[in-house]
Design a protein around this ligand. Structure first.
Ligand SMILES: Cc1cc2nc3c(=O)[nH]c(=O)nc-3n(C[C@H](O)[C@H](O)[C@H](O)COP(=O)(O)O)c2cc1C
Length: 198
C-alpha cells in the first residue's frame, strides 16, 4: 500500500486548503490507493513553520517525518494576491531532498473565485530546485472552493466535475508513486558535489 502526505499550504488555521487536503486524503483511502495509517496531512495553518528556517523546531520535525514516509505528496496551494500563499513558499525553504527528493507531487491550486492558476505556475517555476520534488504534468485547480467538496455527495455540476477530476489525478499520482519507487532507490542522493540543484 502506498503512503501519501498532503500539504495544506495556507497560513490560516481553518483554511479552505485544509478542507481540500482532507477531502483528497479521504479519496485516496476510498479509492483503495492508501489507508488511514498511510496518509497524513501537514497543515501549515494549524502547525505553522517559523519564517526563519529552524530545522530543529518541533513543527518541522513532525512534518518531516510524515514527508519522509511518503511515496508521493500533494501540495495544496491557495492563491493569495495572485501568488502562492507565503506559508507554502516558506515550506519549500525548509524542505530538502531528504524529505521530497524524486517523489511525485500533485499540485492543487485553490481559489474562492475563478483564480488558482497562479500558484500552480509559480510552484512549477520555483521551489523544487533543492528538494527535487517531481511535479506531475497533471494538476488540479479547485475554483469557487467554498461551494464545492463540502458534503458527502456533489451539490452541483461544478462540484461533480472537480470530484471526478480529483479522482482521475489521484489515480495518476498513485501510478507515478509506484513507478518512481525503484527509480528513487537507484538514484544516489548522497553525492556531496550535487547536494543542491543547479
Ligand atoms: C490575503 C488574501 C489574498 C487573496 N487573493 C486572492 C487572489 O489573488 N486570487 C484568488 O483567486 N483568491 C484570492 N484570495 C481568496 C482565496 O482564494 C481564498 O481565501 C481561498 O479560500 C483559499 O485560501 P485558504 O486556503 O487560505 O482558505 C485571497 C485570500 C487572501 C486571504
Amino acid at each position: 500500500m502506498l503512503n501519501f502526505a498532503l500539504v495544506a499550504g495556507s497560513g490560516r488555521p481553518n483554511s479552505q486548503s485544509g478542507k481540500v487536503a482532507r477531502y483528497l486524503r479521504q479519496r485516496l483511502i476510498d479509492l483503495g490507493l492508501s489507508s488511514e495509517e498511510q496518509t497524513s496531512i501537514v497543515d501549515l495553518g494549524q502547525e505553522p513553520l517559523a519564517q526563519w528556517p529552524d530545522p530543529q523546531s518541533a513543527a518541522w520535525i513532525a512534518h518531516a517525518a510524515k514527508l519522509q514516509a511518503a511515496d508521493a505528496v500533494v501540495i495544496v496551494a491557495p492563491e493569495w494576491h495572485g501568488m502562492a500563499a507565503p506559508a507554502v513558499k516558506n515550506f519549500f525553504v525548509y524542505a530538502s531532498k531528504a524529505e521530497l527528493g524524486h517523489k511525485p507531487g500533485l499540485l492543487v491550486g485553490v481559489s474562492s473565485g475563478i483564480g488558482g492558476a497562479y500558484p500552480i505556475s509559480e510552484l512549477r517555476a520555483s521551489g523544487y530546485k533543492n528538494c527535487r520534488l517531481g511535479y506531475l504534468p497533471e494538476h488540479l485547480i479547485v475554483r469557487h472552493v467554498e461551494k464545492v467538496l463540502n458534503t458527502p455527495e456533489a451539490e452541483s455540476e461544478d462540484d461533480r466535475r472537480i470530484r471526478a477530476r480529483a479522482d482521475y489525478a489521484l489515480d495518476i499520482l498513485g501510478k507515478y508513486a509506484e513507478a518512481l519507487k525503484p527509480v528513487r532507490a537507484a538514484i544516489d542522493m548522497e553525492n556531496p558535489a550535487f547536494a543542491t540543484g543547479m
